[in-house]
Design a protein around this ligand. Structure first.
Ligand code: ATP
Ligand code: MG
Length: 133
């Protein structure tokens, strides 16, 4: 697993516990649905007033027909057979992003891995000097 932070660094205006829950969901999915040994890359960036975190894996990718249903409650994809889960993780994660004025989306293609993109309102580091405390 590798992490890379953009310049300028991204600071989000968010609830730490809720955001940790979102990221835990995304990272556990990336590890669960990828072959062992495939890297998972986590990057952060500040883009147009938003703090953006991308969780990218080198797994099997997700067919486009399934991508549309990925955030539904209890939806599990065709690649989920044989893995533990109930299909709630992404539904909850998107909900937690949206109640913080953010969003969660996916970019994926079969054979090319998946990228989950979490967007949250950016925090101005000067206005909130203890934001990393
Ligand atoms: N990184 C990923 N790569 C490939 N498929 C994924 C990935 N993340 C999610 N999926 C697909 O999306 C489906 C829904 O994911 P979600 O996290 O909501 O549920 P789950 O992992 O099956 O169960 P749980 O509720 O325990 O998280 C998964 O069943 C899987 O088919
Ligand atoms: Mg999951």
């Amino acid at each position: 697993m590798t992490t890379t932070h953009g310049s300028p660094e991204a600071f989000a205006w968010c609830d730490r516990a809720l955001t940790e829950q979102v990221l835990a969901n995304l990272v556990s999915n990336a590890l669960k649905y990828s072959p062992a040994g495939q890297p998972v890359r986590i990057t952060t960036a500040q883009e147009e007033g938003q703090a953006v975190c991308r969780v990218a894996d080198g797994g099997p990718g997700i067919p486009s027909a399934e991508q549309a249903r990925l955030f539904e409650r209890f939806f599990r994809g065709s690649n989920a057979a044989g893995t533990d889960g109930i299909g709630l993780g992404l539904n909850i994660a998107r909900h937690l992003a949206r109640i913080q004025q953010g969003d969660l989306e996916v970019r994926s293609a079969p054979g090319e891995g998946s990228v989950f993109i979490l967007r949250l309102p950016a925090a101005n580091q000067e206005e909130w000097p203890d934001v990393t405390a």
